[in-house]
Write a protein that binds this ligand. Sequence first.
Ligand SMILES: NC(=O)c1ccc[n+]([C@@H]2O[C@H](COP(=O)([O-])OP(=O)(O)OC[C@H]3O[C@@H](n4cnc5c(N)ncnc54)[C@H](OP(=O)(O)O)[C@@H]3O)[C@@H](O)[C@H]2O)c1
Length: 339
Amino acid sequence: MDVRRDAAPRQQTRRAWLAEQGTLVLSGTVAMSLPGRAAQAQGGGATRPSSAAPIATPRHSPVTKPIPSSGEPLPVVGLGTWITFNVGNDPRARDACAEVVRAFFARGGRVIDSSPMYGSSQPVIGHALAKLSRAGESAALFSAEKVWTGDGAGGAQQIDVSRAHWGVPRFDLMQVHNLLAWEAHLPRLLAMKAEGKLRYVGITTSEGRRHGEFERVMRTQPLDFVQLTYNPVDREAERRLLPLAAERGLAVLANRPFREGALLDALARHPLPGWAVELRCDGWAQAVLKFIVSHPAVTCAIPATSQVAHVIQNVGAARNPLPDAALRARIAADVARLV
Ligand SMILES: NC(=O)c1ccc[n+]([C@@H]2O[C@H](COP(=O)([O-])OP(=O)(O)OC[C@H]3O[C@@H](n4cnc5c(N)ncnc54)[C@H](OP(=O)(O)O)[C@@H]3O)[C@@H](O)[C@H]2O)c1
């Protein structure tokens, strides 16, 4: 785990001080070092991002967790693009999204998640990446895309179109969106991974949909990633899917961390509790994200935003201290009571 060591404040709680020293027991919530499977990095290229741009050395080093199948560390907060990046062709709106991406990379962010389902989000990401590249700015992109078509035969072409929109030579992660035609898509994705045409394979669901089938695919297919909904109020995944992901060595992307913003709107009416101050949260968004990414099985939360100030806040949650098991239970109880 990468640990950002901020300057110690004059008045520190015991918890904050211990976290600062890297000795706070976080109930095993965050691995302190890369696991043994790091040695099994697939294809010898598992630690190399697919982005054509050089890897940045960010000023801000967020907390990372390893992808279990390779050991590659990922910052625990990424960037979703549904709705927020679906801004069409308006040049000003596209440039505003590019600024969000710039701020995201500048603070050490890496994972950007999209889908052919998200309207113009893919070309808007491509616009941002091209703009950064033209400006000579670097980006350690970890591209997370999806295949989303009921026509199994059309999957390869859809992936090619997505790649052209992003302007990347290959995707890091390709997920079957909402399990749509997964029986047809997964064999192709696994073959593409074997050929080095993508690096990781996954499946997605959201809002508790089709968890039974999701679990069956997790148990039977050689996946690297799963993506599902998880936040302090949507905790169904804690029962079976998150423990199974840990058991099977699958990385987990947590989608809808803010319930599309509704969770933060509801929490905004309430003052931040003392524990959030102890966790050095500057607002509810960081408190929610710290809850999510401190679950032992969660690798990365992917909040979406159209605002630079919000992406800075969100990536800022990838910073110690993170809550231990007891505090996580209290956060869930408090949030459930407040919304
Ligand atoms: N089945 C699937 O595969 C699936 C399903 C759902 C979602 N996803 C993925 O998960 C991502 C996230 O989920 P989501 O887009 O549904 O919603 P979300 O991330 O839960 O919430 C996004 C909303 O929160 C607001 N927000 C973000 N950061 C904020 C902050 N710091 N303070 C206040 N408001 C903030 C945003 O408004 P502003 O623009 O004003 O910041 C936006 O309206 C998606 O974009 C997508 O990539 C995947």
